[in-house]
Design a protein. Structure first.
Length: 537
């Protein structure tokens, strides 16, 4: 495995003129501080220090909101929402289209910020720029169609007119995790805004700068001040206030936190979407091209160092090609370049936090101790940076090992053999999760047939995750313990609306006419319903 050493300035961060995280080429600390000043609230007496995963050096200090700060921020957002909801959808679309151009044109700074605070390779950071720009582009073009008034068939043709209207929910509370801080902000915040809502977002403290950067660009693109508010704080301190004040909650994070939040949200009968964890399978059929599948598996398992909700952690390979696939895949994993530079030289970046390093080391050490074989990786790389861990391929993983069924959320994948495709599908489905899956085959139709039998919100044929992840027009989300609701596509914006039916009746009343016996009315209507069934409506 090759590596590039981290680049640190001798001048560590903490001084306004130095670079954030002490990383060569990164934006300055004063720039980070300017972004942080965009947050709302911040009266908590204990600010949080962000550190850069590449170097462990400080980035900046983050003010933390109190419960009262959050409630006051919702009040402000509620006031701003009235004006925003009064703008036309066409005007909101124009803001998003301008934002798409700003994200693409200013991507160098966005890439730097994502790399510095999440520790990603630049290519993985680019996925975030692309995902955000695609979301702005999609909702900048299709919101009017999704939100437009729809004419529905009335009970009596001509006499009854039924219309379906979409109203914004009000103020959406959006909680975002650290692993895709820019893209997951874009994918949730932008449709909420396009639907006419205000947003109060809580990004993760580790990765607040990316969300704040997009916030700055959105206001430059014409979003009125106050419509999108960002509060920083610990979930344990401000989570209740967010749930209490939100008219809709969009949460992305772990299944454990999602379930806790859902219980609280249910008390208020607020609607919500939950985008949660996974233990995503990949099935390699006997007719798959082995080299292509092994190359695809590298991207599927090690993008963002495996800290990706849709990342593959289990690979089922037909016995006829298992050895060949395992050798090719392990060789490609070993050849991945690890690096901590703000350029495109590295194939994989760092883990994001010390907690992640601990979990991943524990999963691998546990598997090794119980008899699994490490085909590639299996070692931390402090020589590159404090949180680097090699891309790791395991085989011989058994149900008593933690990595068998628990989400590792890191660059660790297990290979299993199978002889019967039905057995592979059944083992792929043998999990409470259902987020993403991947099928590799020389026969696309066969791949789609197997995909339909896998219990997952997205299934990619001859790809790991990028095909569905990039298809913003199609819904994305989880089944089972992987979530409730969907982001992206029409579902992704309609979830932020209340639907209302307005039905107008002309002429014929929907009750017996004056003097008509109710029994006769019931009989007439019985015949009428049968006739209406035959009409093309
Ligand atoms: P997490 O611990 O659940 O935290 C996620 C976010 O929720 C953080 O910002 C956290 O803030 C906040 N939070 C925690 N408790 C809260 C509460 N009571 N009220 C409000 N907010 C609260 O998850 P994580 O470990 O950071 O993220 C990784 C997990 O997210 C993985 O399981 C991954 O699969 C999943 N994920 C899913 C998707 C998807 O689209 N399905 C996408 C990305 C990640 P604090 O840290 O301050 O508590």
């Amino acid at each position: 495995m090759t590596s590039t050493a981290p680049s640190q300035t001798s001048d560590q961060a903490g001084h306004a003129g130095s670079t954030i995280g002490g990383i060569v080429g990164a934006p300055s600390v004063s720039r980070a501080q300017a972004l942080v000043s965009r947050t709302a609230g911040g009266k908590d007496s204990a600010p949080v220090e962000m550190t850069a995963p590449f170097t462990g050096a400080p980035i900046t200090s983050l003010p933390q909101a109190t419960d009262a700060d959050v409630r006051a921020t919702f009040d402000e957002a509620r006031r701003a929402q009235r004006g925003w909801a009064g703008t036309s959808v066409a005007e909101r679309q124009r803001v998003l289209t301008r934002l798409m151009n700003l994200v693409l044109d200013r991507q160098q700074e966005g890439l730097d910020l994502v790399q510095v605070e999440a520790g990603k390779s630049r290519l993985d950071a680019f996925d975030e720029i692309a995902g955000t720009a695609l979301a702005a582009s999609y909702y900048g073009k299709h919101s009017a169609k999704a939100l437009g008034v729809k004419r529905r068939a009335g009970v009596f043709p001509v006499l009854t007119k039924a219309h379906e209207l979409r109203h914004p929910k009000g103020v959406a509370g959006i909680v975002s995790p650290w692993n895709y801080p820019l893209a997951l902000t874009g994918l949730d915040v932008l449709p909420a805004l396009a639907a006419g809502n205000a947003v109060v977002q809580k990004p993760d403290n580790q990765t607040a700068l990316s969300a704040l950067w997009l916030h700055e660009l959105a206001e430059e693109a014409g979003l009125p001040a106050g419509v999108w508010q960002i509060v920083l704080g610990r979930g344990s301190v401000i989570g209740d206030a967010i749930v209490d004040e939100s008219d809709y909650v969009a949460f992305t994070g772990s299944t454990a936190t999602g379930k806790r939040l859902a219980t609280k949200i249910a008390e208020r009968l607020t609607s919500y979407s939950l985008e949660l964890g996974g233990k995503n399978p990949m099935i390699v059929l006997p007719d798959a091209k082995v080299e292509a599948a092994a190359t695809g598996a590298v991207a599927a398992c090690f993008s963002s160092a495996g800290q990706l909700c849709v990342s593959v952690e289990r690979i089922y390979v037909h016995e006829s090609i298992r050895e060949q696939f395992s050798a090719a895949f392990a060789a490609k994993a070993k050849a991945l370049t690890l690096g901590a530079k703000l350029d495109y030289s590295a194939g994989m970046g760092s883990l994001t936090s010390a907690e992640q390093l601990k979990t991943i080391s524990e999963h691998v050490d546990d598997a090794r101790a119980k008899g699994a074989t490490v085909l590639a990786g299996g070692t931390a790389r402090p020589d590159i940076g404090p949180l680097f861990y090699e891309p790791t391929v395991l085989t011989g993983v058994t149900p008593d090992m933690t990595a068998f069924a628990e989400e590792t959320f890191g660059p660790v994948v297990s290979i299993y053999g199978y002889t019967d495709v039905d057995d592979a599908v059944q083992r792929a489905n043998d999990t409470p999760y259902g987020l993403n899956a991947s099928v590799w085959t020389g026969n696309g139709a066969r791949g789609r047939e197997i995909a339909a039998r896998i219990k997952a919100g997205t299934v990619n044929v001859n790809e790991g995750f990028a095909a569905s992840f990039g298809s913003i027009a199609a819904p994305m989300g989880g089944m089972g313990d992987s979530g409730v609701g969907r982001r992206n596509g029409a579902e992704g914006i309609l979830r932020f609306t209340e639907v209302q039916t307005v039905a107008t009746q002309r002429g014929l009343k929907l009750r017996p006419f004056k003097g008509m016996p109710p029994r006769l009315w019931a009989r007439s209507l019985t015949g009428g319903i049968k006739v209406l069934r035959r009409l093309p409506r």
